[in-house]
Design a protein around this ligand. Sequence first.
Ligand SMILES: [Zn+2]
Length: 284
Amino acid sequence: MPELPEVETSRRGILPHLKEQVIEKITIRQPKLRWLVDSAITQTEGSKIIDVKRRAKYLLLELKQHPTFNTNQANSTINWIVIHLGMSGSLRILLTPEPAQKHDHIDLTLKSGVTLRYTDPRRFGAWLIAESLSDLTQLKNLGPEPLSDDFSVDYLSNKAKNRKSPIKSWIMDNHVVVGVGNIYASESLFMAKIHPLRQVNSLTVDEMKRLVAAIKKVLTQSIKQGGTSLKDFLQSDGKPGYFAQQLQVYKRDGEQCFCCKATIEAQRVGQRNTFYCPNCQKLP
Ligand SMILES: [Zn+2]
C-alpha cells in the first residue's frame, strides 16, 4: 500500500510535468473506484493545473479556469482534483501515447501531449472533484502533517492524556497524526525504543520526544530515498523504488536485530502485523 513517503514521492515526480499545464482531456475507462468518479470531472478540461499539493495521502491538483482554452465549460467551478492511491494505485507520466492496459482506469492528458495515467488493479483508490477542499469529508478532522511544526511533543503529549490504547495503533490513527502507516509505525517505535503495546498515557516526556523525532526521521529518510528513484515515473510500472529502503524491524521477524542481535518478533496489534525487538523495545 502506498504510504505517505510514496505519495510525496509521486507528488514530486509528477509536479514538473503538470504544473502550469492545461488539461486537454480526461478519459475514464473505469469509474468504479472506491467512490464512483463523478462524470463532471470532464468539466475541468480546459483548466490549468497551477500546483500539485498533498494533504495526508491525498494528492491535490489545484486548478484555475483558463478562459483561452475553456470554451465548452465556461462556468466550471471545480478548483481541485483530489487523487488517492488506495491500496494498489499508481501514477505515471507518459511523454508519448501508449495503449491502455487492463488496469489503466484514468488518463489525464495535457495540451503539452503529456499524459498522467492512473493504474489501480484493486480499485480502492479515488479521484474526487471539489470547488473547495473544505467540501471534502475525506479531508475533514485529519490530524497534523507529521513533518510540520504542528506535530510536536507538546501536541502529542496533550493528545495522549487519558488514552489507554496501544501506542502503535494510536500513532496510526489519522485523527492523531496523518501518514504514519503500518511500516513506518513499526520502524518509528523501534527507532524510539518503545514497545508497540505500551499504553499511550504511560509514555514519559522523554519517550514522547524520541517518538516524535523518530516519526519525522523515518518519514524524511524514506522520502529522500524515494526521491532518488523519480526517474521511475517514466518507466513502465510507475512505482517509486522505496522498497530498497533498509528496514530495521518490518517483516524481519525471526531475524536478528541489527542493534542487539536479539530475534525480532511479530505480533498483531489492532489487527495489524507489528514487528519489534523484544530487547531494544522492552515493556516496563
Ligand atoms: Zn534489538
